[in-house]
Design a protein around this ligand. Structure first.
Ligand code: AMP
Ligand code: MG
Length: 501
């Protein structure tokens, strides 16, 4: 298939000098490609801090040339953009070829922290992996990914970042015509479990992919031998199990429902990727599902740790031949590592809950479980609870009383305060420590929805305001009080999210 023509007059000077180690070293996993033209592009939002960390000139990105590059219509000078091939298990079923059907890896750049990151476009037109899709994305969902991923970053959750959203001026057919958009995404890499699933079925290339992933994400493993009981590929598996156990614990601590935990949306780096149907909880509920297509609740809030472990098993399968030439030996080795997932997850979760509750030593599992029981039975707001508990320690009971009747939480409060008293730290000191890990502001579904509706009518002010709030999640400001309020029940009952829109 021939690449699209370059329709615009841009020179591609913005973002010049991207590197392409992935395309150079793993050519068989890529197809050189170029973005579609953008009839009338307009920059909707650009991330100045992220641009600075990439040593990009924001004024240049805002200019016509920058917008041409960020829309995908102009290739950056010297770049070798590619669509990446990958496979994946979607809702448990294997799809042998997915790939970037509407995305392009423009290239890589080393940031000011010395780390190599990908610069990637989403919504940049059809590719050889598009199948029936149109290759485009639309403004609402791309602004949604921008805001939620930046909120996740501000919350301290490993994630891909958002550099910009450009409206392309193209009308894209969804539920009627919607304005087209391209998101520029920055990630530690776009290596997915699905990339390994694709490569493993191609043959030898999976070893090159594993070596590449090690150099890029876990360079200390390159010192291990390629064979033997403690080889680097088993090390890679263990490293990914660890970062993913930690990541999913962070999701559970922040009330984040990813919504589409397919193996193609599970990274090797341990970053959250693919903000399609995700949402944050209001009321705590392990059964919470927001995605319109997740009928069976496979990716329900409370299932996320188990699904991640299942995804890690699919990853293990791709590495077996590298880990040992005797299948039984390889299976025994990966099983031993996979079996550590639950304990790793539980450790990260308990440590995180301890911090949220101001408990300094090891956290009593029953104390956590009994709180969760109250929250689920009374449908209590997850995010609000922990700030209210800190207020309780400061002698202000009103916030907690507004969330849950005292008769339901009084006994638990007494137990918790006894544990805190035994720690010997003053209650105000504990409350302040809690406030440093418990966010006030998350992207509340009703507020994000309202901001995206306004943006669809070209009013970006509510979006910009919400973005400012959720990227300062721990900073109390009186004028932001409305952003701490959970959605009305009537909204939450109806609220749904959508994939790939
Ligand atoms: P996602 O649900 O975003 O993880 O996407 C799953 C697969 O569908 C990936 O291979 C995407 O590239 C592809 N895809 C999603 N939306 C489109 C679209 N509008 N056009 C072409 N491919 C798409
Ligand atoms: Mg995806």
């Amino acid at each position: 298939m021939a690449a699209h023509h370059d329709f615009t007059a841009g020179t591609g000077a913005a973002l010049a000098g991207l590197e392409s180690t992935f395309a150079d070293e793993l050519g068989p996993l890529t197809v050189p490609w170029q973005g579609a033209d953008a009839p009338d592009s307009r920059l909707l939002v650009v991330n100045e801090q992220l641009a600075a960390s990439l040593q990009l000139d924001v004024a240049e990105l805002r200019g016509a040339d920058g917008i041409g590059v960020l829309s995908g219509s102009t290739a950056p000078i010297g770049a070798n953009p590619v669509a990446m091939a990958y496979a994946g298990h979607q809702f448990g079923s294997y799809a042998p070829i997915l790939g970037d059907g509407r995305a392009l890896l423009l290239g890589e750049r080393v940031n000011t922290a010395g780390r190599r990151v990908d610069v990637h476009l989403k919504g940049s037109g059809r590719t050889p992996f598009s199948r029936g899709g149109d290759g485009y994305a639309v403004v609402g969902p791309m602004l949604r990914e921008y805001l939620v991923s930046e909120a996740m970053h501000a919350l301290g959750n490993p994630t891909t970042r958002a550099l910009s959203v450009v409206a392309t001026g193209r009308q894209v057919r969804r539920n009627g015509a919607e304005p087209g958009a391209v998101l520029a995404r920055v990630a530690s890499s776009h290596l997915r479990v699905g990339t390994f699933e694709y490569a493993a079925r191609q043959g030898e290339i999976v070893q090159s992919l594993a070596d590449y992933a090690i150099v890029r994400h876990y360079p200390e493993l390159a010192e291990l031998p390629r064979t033997g009981a403690h080889n680097r590929y088993l090390g890679l598996f263990e490293a990914v199990v660890e970062v993913q156990a930690s990541l999913v614990a962070r999701w559970m601590l922040t009330g984040f429902v990813h919504g589409v935990m397919n193996t193609d949306n599970t990274t090797i780096s341990g970053e959250t990727i693919d903000y399609g149907p995700c949402a944050f909880l209001d009321a705590f509920d392990p059964a919470a599902v927001f995605s319109s297509i997740d009928h069976g609740g496979r990716y329900a809030f409370g299932n996320q740790p188990a699904v991640m472990k299942w995804n890690m098993a699919r990853f293990a399968e791709t590495l077996l031949r590298l880990i040992d030439s005797t299948p039984d030996t390889a299976i025994t080795a990966v099983t031993a590592v996979l079996d550590t997932f639950d304990e790793r997850y539980a450790g990260h979760y308990a440590a995180g809950m301890g911090a949220k509750l101001g408990v300094t030593g090891s956290t009593d599992r029953a104390l956590i479980d009994d709180l969760l029981t109250v929250l689920v039975e009374r449908r209590v707001d997850w995010t609000g609870t922990f700030r209210a508990l800190a207020d309780e320690l400061r002698g202000n009971s009103a916030p907690l009383d507004a969330l849950v009747p005292r008769e339901h939480i009084g006994a638990w409060l007494e137990r918790w305060r006894r544990i805190l008293a035994e720690q010997g730290r003053g209650e105000v000191v504990t409350a302040n420590a809690m406030d440093r890990v418990n966010p006030l502001y998350i992207p509340r579904n009703h507020q994000l929805d309202a901001a995206l509706r306004a943006a669809a009518n070209l009013d970006l002010a509510p979006f910009e305001k919400l973005l400012e709030v959720v990227t300062h999640p721990f900073e109390r400001r009186d004028e932001w009080i409305d952003y701490t309020v959970a959605a009305p029940q009537s909204f939450s009952e109806e609220f749904q999210t959508f994939c790939g829109t």
